[in-house]
Design a protein around this ligand. Structure first.
Ligand SMILES: [Zn+2]
Length: 365
């Protein structure tokens, strides 16, 4: 299942492209995919044994750790450290457990030595760290979509999807923990974490499920029903079931509100293939084989929904609905419902849409 290499990798920094995605499954310009090739800044001759500190050393509270995109801050980039694909992006499945670093970052563990750990940094490089707390397993990995300079969708009143995702995800974390489950978040503040690293955090912890929290945009099709979309992995029956259960619980909660919704005609639980027939969304493809769902709770591009989702009580109810789906996944054989058998073709998306061609790692310790 996991590609675990038996060698100790020296710390060599590598630059790769970060995935950027605004939600909008109906819009070809908005993709959560992260297949874009690394940019022209991906090669360099300088090696480094440490992560290049960000120009903004603030860690857990910074929204600027990923906004520095000048090439002058590009760290050394050399292949041969982590296993990488032909585009230079690290292959998922090379770590085991995560280190919560002294500055609060979640770093999948590549190797352990007497001196400490070699970790997969947020930007997909390696770094040798001497401090931190090891977490070997979590029941759930909760992934608030977007963050930092990647705002995702933005509502007509200015609500940023990245912020709403985080608010709901934090409530979901607390709700799951309150129910007795262990949870690791891919981000806990307004920072940008590339999708390949989010996927690696999932693989490193091998949770029951990875749930990526999003809100949608990209269509103005008015509807008398919520436009909730739950995307599952094409090949995973458990992912499909979780998506169907999430759809039931979230849709069932939202439909009681008497507002005018935005919804595509095929809204429901569904999958979305890429050109090769695999999962289009990086948040479903990268964590595999971990069971993963991309939850698009509703449309913040719709002003009535934006106002609804801005209410912390509603956010909590969405977290509660998600908990109910999770419980049913684990305690029943309910199949879920709302499955879309013939989804609208949502396009393959432009390669590299919304990405930056740079990634600056934060200070990890
Ligand atoms: Zn999104």
């Amino acid at each position: 299942m996991r590609v675990r290499r038996g060698v100790r990798w020296v710390g060599i920094a590598f630059l790769f492209v970060m995935s950027a995605a605004a939600c909008g499954t109906s819009s070809v310009a908005l993709s959560d995919d992260d297949d874009a090739p690394a940019s022209s800044t991906t090669s360099s001759t300088t090696t480094s044994t440490t992560v290049t500190p960000s120009s903004t050393t603030s860690t857990t509270t910074s929204s600027t750790t990923s906004t520095t995109t000048t090439t002058t801050t590009a760290p050394a980039t050399v292949d041969g450290d982590l296993l990488r694909d032909e585009e230079g992006v690290p292959l998922n499945g090379q770590t085991d457990g995560v280190l919560i670093t002294p500055t609060g970052w979640i770093a999948p563990i590549v190797d352990t030595s007497a001196d400490g750990w070699t970790v997969w940094t947020p930007c997909g490089r390696t770094a040798d760290l001497t401090g931190g707390r090891v977490v070997e397993y979590a029941d759930f990995v909760i992934d608030p979509g977007h963050g930092g300079n990647e705002t995702g969708a933005v509502g007509p009143g200015g609500l940023r999807e990245a912020d709403l995702n985080l608010e709901v995800a934090l409530k979901l974390r607390d709700t799951l923990v309150g129910a007795g489950y262990s949870v690791i978040m891919t981000r806990q503040t307004d920072v940008r974490v590339p999708i390949v690293t989010r996927g690696e955090i999932a693989q490193a912890l091998d949770p029951i499920a990875f749930i990526s929290v999003h809100f949608n945009a990209g269509t103005d099709a008015w509807s008398d029903e919520p436009g909730t979309e739950m995307f599952h992995q094409i090949e995973s029956a458990e992912s499909k079931r979780l998506a169907g259960l999430l759809y039931e619980e979230v849709f069932g909660y939202l439909e009681d509100f008497d507002i005018t919704w935005v919804s595509l005609s095929d809204a429901g639980a569904m999958s979305r293939p890429n050109r090769e027939g695999g999962d289009y969304y990086g948040v479903l493809r990268r964590p595999g084989p971990v069971t993963s769902v991309l939850a698009e709770y509703g449309y913040i591009s719709n002003q009535a929904e934006e106002e609804l989702y801005s209410d912390p009580a509603v956010q909590q109810q969405l977290a509660d609905a998600t908990l109910r789906a999770v419980r049913r996944l684990l305690t029943t054989s309910d199949p879920g419902s709302g499955f879309t058998t013939d989804p609208i073709f949502r396009g393959y998306g432009p390669s590299g849409a919304g990405r930056t061609d740079n990634c600056v790692d934060p200070k990890l310790q």
